[in-house]
Design a protein around this ligand. Structure first.
Ligand code: AVI
Length: 343
């Protein structure tokens, strides 16, 4: 651990140095060599990508954020697990709220407020790869909810959850994973993340998970193919990110944005298609003897998947990771689901 910054009301523990294992260069080289070709969607979120994603959340077509927000506003009071009955009178319980991808501050504030309203103290532990995003999120929280103590972990999910597992506490804990980000993971990746979540929990703790649900294509497709073209810019930004950070030689005009909702597979696929045969300089992602990557005309590079889950799939994931569901909430249209699982 390095760079522990202590303030009266918050601390940021910077574990990002441990997060370099699979870096952008390796990921780009391996992803482009893989068949079908693909990129890892976590590289969509540089400073530009994060701003674009914030703008996407406000789009009229992007129903996810709004729908999940409404579920939280209606049901937040029921979401934190009930207080321990063994508490001595006069003793105040502290509930730890760990957020994966912390920083979605309005949603998490709804939950933190519900914890305080239940008469408990609250320790909030956001886990996010970006120390600057964490600083901004904790500053925002200090303004709105100064009673919440914040211990932020600057790390990817795996490193952050591993740290929590190695530093057990006596406080009850609820890990929160909102926004249907689980939907950006393939089954094997999702199960391994969920297992890491479970490993950071003890009996009596809880996991709160927000997921988008399967629904007709005429609702899903426009959410990823919006009129303003923000989603296209968000997906294309991965190429600029590679050019900026790795000195790669992608040219936007060589690619078309392709978005397909595949109800049979329960997922949206966002890809970039080569308009002609290409030889792309890999910059710092090159490794001898390969300095360029060839793509045939019409070949696609899968950049992101966004899954729309059925209940059966969610129950399967819970079982695979060793969770039991004990509560769930949805919106009147049944578009989105927030569920609480127990280890
Ligand atoms: C972060 N994640 C849940 C978003 C989604 O809907 O899958 C990412 C996104 N990609 C394009 N639009 C939004």
């Amino acid at each position: 651990a390095s760079g522990l910054q202590v303030r009266p009301w918050y601390a940021v523990l910077d574990l990002t140095a441990q997060t370099h294992a699979r870096d952008f260069a390796t990921s780009l080289r391996e992803g482009l060599s893989h068949r079908p070709r693909r990129l890892e969607c976590r590289f969509l979120y540089d400073a530009v990508g994060s701003k674009l994603f914030e703008a996407i959340c406000e789009l009229p077509e992007y129903y996810l954020t709004r729908t999940e927000d409404a579920i939280l506003r209606h049901h937040a009071h029921a979401m934190p697990p009930p207080q321990s009955s063994r508490l001595l009178p006069g003793n105040r319980e502290t509930l730890e709220i760990v957020e994966l991808g912390g920083g979605s501050s309005s949603k998490i504030q709804t939950i933190l407020r519900a914890v305080l309203d239940s008469g408990r103290s609250c320790l909030y532990i956001p886990i996010d790869v970006s120390p600057t995003a964490l600083q901004a999120a904790v500053a925002d929280l200090a303004r709105h909810l100064p009673r919440v103590v914040v211990n932020a972990l600057a790390a990817d999910y795996e490193v952050g959850l591993g740290w929590l597992k190695r530093h057990p506490t006596n406080h009850p804990r609820m890990i929160v994973f909102l926004g249907s980000t689980l939907g950006n993971f393939e089954d094997d990746e999702a199960v391994s993340l969920l297992r890491a979540v479970r490993a950071a929990l003890k009996p009596g703790d809880a996991f709160l998970l927000g997921t988008d649900l399967a629904k007709p294509p005429e609702i899903v497709q426009p959410a990823y193919d919006d009129h303003q073209g923000l989603t296209e810019r968000f997906i294309r930004n991965v190429l600029d990110h590679a050019n900026r950070e790795l000195d790669a030689g992608f040219r936007q005009e060589d690619f078309l944005y392709r978005v397909t909702y595949r109800p049979d597979r329960g997922r949206v696929e966002m890809a970039l298609e080569a308009r002609r045969a290409l030889s792309i300089p890999l910059g710092r992602a090159a490794s001898k003897p390969i300095s360029n990557m060839s793509l045939d005309a019409g070949e696609t590079v899968l950049v992101e998947i966004s899954r729309k889950f059925t209940l059966d799939e969610l129950m399967w994931l819970a079982r695979e990771a060793g969770f039991i569901e004990d509560a769930a909430w949805t919106d009147p249209k049944g578009w989105f689901r927030v569920q609480r699982w127990r280890p």
